[in-house]
Design a protein around this ligand. Sequence first.
Ligand code: NAD
Length: 261
Amino acid sequence: MTRPQNVIVTGSTSGIGLGMAHSFARAGARVVLNGRRLNDAAEAVLSEFRERYGHDNVIFAACDVADPGQVEEMVSGTVETFGSVDVLVQNAGIQHTSSVHEFPLEKWDQIIAVDLSSVFYGIRAALPRMLAQDFGRIINVASVHGLIASKEKAAYVAAKHGVVGLTKVTALETATVNITCNAICPGWVLTPLVEKQIHARAAANGTSFDEEKRKLVAEKQPSQEFATPEQMGALAVFLASEAAAQITGQALPVDGGWTAQ
Ligand code: NAD
C-alpha cells in the first residue's frame, strides 16, 4: 500500500466481517467498522481495534445497510474522517430458512433488503467518489448460494445470485478505470449466522450441536472443514491490492470444493 487504504467493512462486529476488518487493519488500512448500532458488543470490538491498531485508525459507523440514506451517511462520514473510501467490503447479511411456499413475506423483504439492495446502495454511494479519485475496490460477500442453490433458502439464494449479477454489471461499467468489483463466495464458515442454523437442525432432529455441525459440513463441503473468517480476510486484502488490478467481475468461491461438485 502506498498510503493507508480507507476501508469500510459492513457487518463487521462478528463473523466473517470481523475477520476481514482485522485482516485489513493488520495490513495497515484505516478501518470503518459497521453494525446497526453502537451497542455494548460493538463498543467492545471498537475498543479492541483501537487498542491494537491505533485510536485514529478505526471508527465505527452505526448504519442499517438496508436504509439507503444511512448508507450514504456512512460513506460521506468516512470521507469526512479519513479523506476517502478506497475499499468497500459489503459483508452484512442475514438468513432465514423455510420452504419456498411457506416463506414469510416479511422475511423475504428483509433478506432482499439486507443481502441484496444494500449492496446496490453501497455501490451507489461509494462509486462516484471512487470514480473521482480514479481508484476503488468493491468486494461483495456473496456466497456459494450466489452460484448454486440449496433447499429452504429461497430469499437468500435469490439475493446472493443478485449480488453476483450486480457485481458483474459494476465491473463492466468500471472496467476501463482503476476500479474493480468482485464477489467472494464462502462455503460454510462457523459464524453466528451458521451456528443458528446448526442449533435449529439439532432441535429438529433431536441431536447435539456437535453432531449437526459435523453433518452440515460433511453434506456439502468436500474438504470436510469449515472455511475461516481469516481466509476470507486474506482474499479480500489481496483483491484490494495492485496485484489484483486485473481481477474484476468475478465470483470467487472459498468453499472447500463445494461448487466443484
Ligand atoms: P454474522 O451473523 O456473524 O455476521 C453478519 C453481520 O451483519 C452481523 O455483524 C450483523 O450484525 C450484521 N448485520 C445484519 N444486518 C445488518 C444491517 N441491516 N445493517 C448492518 N449490519 C447488519 O454472519 P456471517 O456468517 O459472518 O455473515 C457475513 C456474510 O457472509 C453474510 O453476507 C453472509 O450471507 C455471508 N456468508 C456466510 C457464510 C457462512 O457460512 N457463515 C457462507 C456464505 C456467505
